[in-house]
Structures are given as structure tokens and as C-alpha cells.
Design a protein around this ligand. Structure first.
Ligand code: ASP
Ligand code: MG
Length: 464
């Protein structure tokens, strides 16, 4: 008897048919495991809620709000009708939904009149996606004969600070969750993404935050594993749209998984697995369409050091930002000032490199933030210190990731030899001292070819 947390989101909870499939999966694994479910909103609902909120604040049109609530009601009622057979259970769930939808409608109308939208009201509004999804899933399980009850994040014990839109769980969450959920009765369905602060106001854990909710709950009730059900077959060696031979990686370490997501692989948000790491609980990425396959297991760092390179990632829509000037040589604090100025302007730096001549620093940032970044640096530096601020657009960051490269000579040589033989020009290189990845920048036109070459060079499709 293992205790499992299962998280569902995205396409897995798109509509009644998919929700029924989730019910089947849970029922299947429930016969010899204890399960807690964490669910996201039905696919796309969070985006819809936020869009409608901004529209209400800008245009203040109450009849738009009423239309929107009607559509949302139809979509959720339809899901209930498609997923739940027992009429009594279906009615009960629909009543719960209607109650929530009418609260939500009131909030939207308030926004129309006020014409303003605070981060706090955005959290309130966006919490309804999950609040509507969880009762349906609990109803589906009851319909299948599995005792189940829906919990909001706060009811399950998740309490956060009051950073609306991006709240962090408080330490006491770890004590509250077991008090609220244990001993498990049937299969609880907990809303991902949402929580409350100590004042009792609804908060959210940031976009995509359901993964973090699942991981928190798993860590708090000492789960044996935390399963993230996705549409892909686990974590892949690279994007199968670029390399059709991309394969599912059987096992990777927490560190490798984090490196992968920093470099654009849509695996799991690094923050999301923090609680699991803290308790050493293995995480598994499973494919909803292929439930019998083991997927990818993400385990403690020491366990996995077999393959040198596990995956190749491509980060698109980035740009290279360079600052240079002879005045920078030997001058203290230039890097500190540059990074501080960028941080203040809200710019995230993805890669950094400075040659030992100290006459230039290159950084990779998101392309859409380039203008803001250059403005911030111009405002920071006098021309005698930093002479040139320039950029390259149409570039991509490629990264090879794998813990096994730490201390293994010749990996960088293989990477760059592969680029050289394919006549791909490398514009910037960065390797952190963790030696868990080597990342570099190439022109966008060469990027996919670079990924294909590296995937082949390291035999990731099993072809070597
Ligand atoms: N529904 C939320 C979002 O779309 C949380 C999640 O899906 O994890 O961001
Ligand atoms: Mg979502």
C-alpha cells in the first residue's frame, strides 16, 4: 500500500470526457494505493477568468460579465453531464457549482463598478477555476463508487503569505495539512494553485502553481511518490517536434530536472518540486494517455549519475545583451550595478558570461524585455564606464543537461566539436560550476539543427 499524490491539469481536465478518464485512472490505482488528488482548473479556464476580469475593469460592461458567467456555467454543467452518470450526484455537484458561480458573478460586477483590479482581487477571481473543477472531480469519483470530497487549498491546510499573485506557503502549512487530510477518507480532491493567507483572504501560488500544491501536500503527509500526470510520456530527451526520436528519460535527479526547466523544457517548475526535494520524496511524471508506462522518475541527486548527458533543451525568444567598454577593466562593481539595474527593472537574466579581459559582459534575457533592459542600463552607466550597450536578436539558447558531466572530461569538447563540424557558430558560452549543464547561444536559424546534432552526438534517441 503506497501513498500517492496525483496531480492533474491542462488537457487531462479539459472536459467531461477527460475528467471521466481521470476517474478511471484513480479507480485503477486506488485498489492498492492511498491517493490524494490535486487538480487544476479545466483547461484554459484560468486564462479566461483573468481575461474577463481585465475586460470588466477596463470597460465596466455588466452584460459582458453576465455573458461570460453564462458560458462558464455551460462549460462546467456540460462537463458534469458528460462525466457523472448518477442524476442525484450530478445535481448535487451542479448546485455547488451554481453557488460558486453566483459568488464569482458578484465579484465581476463589483469590478465593473469599481473599474479597478488589484492583485488581491485577481487572486480571488482566478481561484474559481480550481474551485469549480474540484467538486466535479470529486463527484466523478463518487459516481464511480470511490468515496471522495473536494477541499480548497486552504481547507486542506495550505496557508501562505499575502504576496497576491505569487504567494509562498508558510512553514505551518506542513503541520496543518496532515491535520486536515489524515487519516485519509476515500480520495480527497484538493484544488491546486489556491490557498489563503493568515487573514483568511484567498491567495494563489503563481501561474502553474498546482504542481507546487501537489508537492506541498505530498511532502506534508509523507507520500511515497508524487505523480504529475501530463500529456507527454514523462520527461523527454528533447522536444519531439525538433527530434522525432526523442525518448522518455526513465530516471533523472532533482537537480537535473531543475536545470531542464530553467532551460525551457516544460517539465515542472523548479519551485514546484522544492517541497518534495526537502523530504526526499520521489516525483514521477506520467502520461495520461499511457498510464501503464512508468514515465520519468525524478529522484534524489546521488542516485542518478549514469549517463553523461540526459537531455538537450532549446530556449527560444531570447536575446543577447552585451555591455562593453575599456573603462570596465578592473573597475569594481560594474557587474553588480548592471545586475541590480536589471533586477530593479524586473528583468530576469537567463545566462551570464564575462571573459577574463573584463571588457565586456554578455547576458541572455527574454527578447520581449530587451528595450526595457537597455534603457535600464543606459540610465545606470556613464559612457566613460560602459561605452557600448548592444544586442543580438534572433538567437536561441541551447543547453545540454546531465549530472554525469560533472568531473567527466571531454563533454564540452564533444559539444563544440559537434557544432563546429555542423558549421554552427557559437555566440556565447556559459557553464556553471555545478557542471550540470553547458549552455550556449546560437543564431535562431541554426538552433534546431544544433539540438538535432547534440541529440545524435550523445546517443539520446538510443541510436548511438
Ligand atoms: N490554473 C492555474 C494556472 O493556469 C494553475 C495551474 O494550472 O497549475 O496557472
Ligand atoms: Mg491551468
Amino acid at each position: 500500500m503506497a501513498r500517492l499524490i496525483m496531480k492533474f491539469g491542462g488537457v487531462s481536465v479539459a472536459d467531461g470526457k477527460r475528467l471521466r478518464h481521470v476517474g478511471d485512472l484513480v479507480k485503477h490505482f486506488n485498489s492498492d494505493n492511498e491517493i490524494v488528488i490535486v487538480t487544476s482548473a479545466l483547461q484554459g479556464v484560468t486564462d479566461d477568468l483573468l481575461f474577463a476580469a481585465r475586460k470588466a475593469a477596463n470597460e465596466g460592461n455588466v452584460s459582458d460579465v453576465i455573458d461570460f458567467i453564462e458560458k462558464l456555467t455551460d462549460r462546467h454543467h456540460q462537463a458534469v453531464a458528460d462525466a457523472i452518470k448518477d442524476q442525484g450526484i450530478a445535481r448535487e455537484v451542479q448546485e455547488t457549482l451554481d453557488q460558486k458561480l453566483s459568488e464569482l458573478e458578484k465579484a465581476y460586477i463589483g469590478i465593473c463598478y469599481l473599474g479597478e483590479l488589484t492583485p488581491r482581487s485577481l487572486d480571488y477571481i482566478s481561484s474559481y477555476g480550481e474551485q469549480l473543477a474540484a467538486p466535479i472531480l470529486a463527484g466523478v469519483l463518487r459516481d464511480m463508487g470511490v468515496p471522495s470530497r473536494a477541499f480548497t487549498g486552504a481547507e486542506a491546510g495550505i496557508i501562505t503569505d499575502s504576496e497576491y499573485g505569487d504567494s509562498r506557503p508558510l512553514e505551518k502549512t506542513y503541520h496543518l495539512i496532515p491535520q486536515r487530510l489524515l487519516p485519509l477518507q476515500g480520495v480527497p480532491v484538493v484544488t491546486g494553485f489556491i490557498a489563503k493567507d493568515e487573514k483568511g483572504t484567498i491567495t494563489t501560488l503563481g501561474r502553474g502553481g498546482s504542481d507546487l500544491s501537489a508537492s506541498l501536500i505530498g511532502a506534508a503527509i509523507d507520500a511515497d511518490e508524487i505523480w504529475f500526470w501530463k500529456e507527454t510520456s514523462g520527461v523527454l530527451t528533447t522536444d519531439p517536434k525538433i527530434v522525432p526520436e526523442a525518448k522518455s528519460i526513465p530516471s533523472i535527479s532533482y537537480r537535473e530536472a531543475m536545470e531542464l526547466s530553467y532551460f525551457g523544457a516544460k517539465v515542472l517548475h523548479p519551485r514546484a518540486i522544492e517541497p518534495a526535494i526537502r523530504k526526499g520524496i520521489p516525483v514521477r511524471v506520467k502520461c495520461t494517455f499511457d498510464p501503464e508506462s512508468p514515465g520519468t522518475q525524478i529522484v534524489h541527486d546521488d542516485v542518478q549519475k549514469v549517463d553523461v548527458i540526459k537531455a538537450v533543451t532549446l530556449h527560444k525568444n531570447v536575446a543577447l545583451l552585451n555591455i562593453s567598454g575599456a573603462g570596465m577593466i578592473g573597475t569594481l562593481g560594474v557587474a553588480a550595478r548592471a545586475f541590480t539595474a536589471l533586477a530593479r527593472a524586473g528583468i530576469n537574466i537567463i545566462m551570464i558570461s564575462q571573459g577574463s579581459s573584463e571588457a565586456n559582459i554578455s547576458m541572455v534575457i527574454e527578447e520581449r524585455q530587451m528595450e526595457k533592459a537597455e534603457d535600464a542600463l543606459r540610465a545606470e552607466f556613464p559612457r566613460d564606464l560602459v561605452k557600448d550597450i548592444s544586442h543580438d536578436l534572433n538567437v536561441c539558447a541551447v543547453a545540454v543537461v546531465g549530472a554525469g558531466m560533472a568531473g567527466t572530461p571531454g563533454v564540452a569538447a564533444r559539444v563544440f566539436k559537434a557544432m563546429g563540424s555542423s558549421r554552427i557558430n557559437v555566440m556565447m558560452i556559459s557553464q556553471g560550476s555545478s557542471q550540470h549543464n553547458i549552455s550556449f547561444v546560437v543564431a535562431a536559424k541554426d538552433a534546431e539543427r544544433a539540438v538535432q546534432e547534440l541529440h545524435r552526438e550523445f546517443g539520446l534517441g538510443g541510436e548511438a
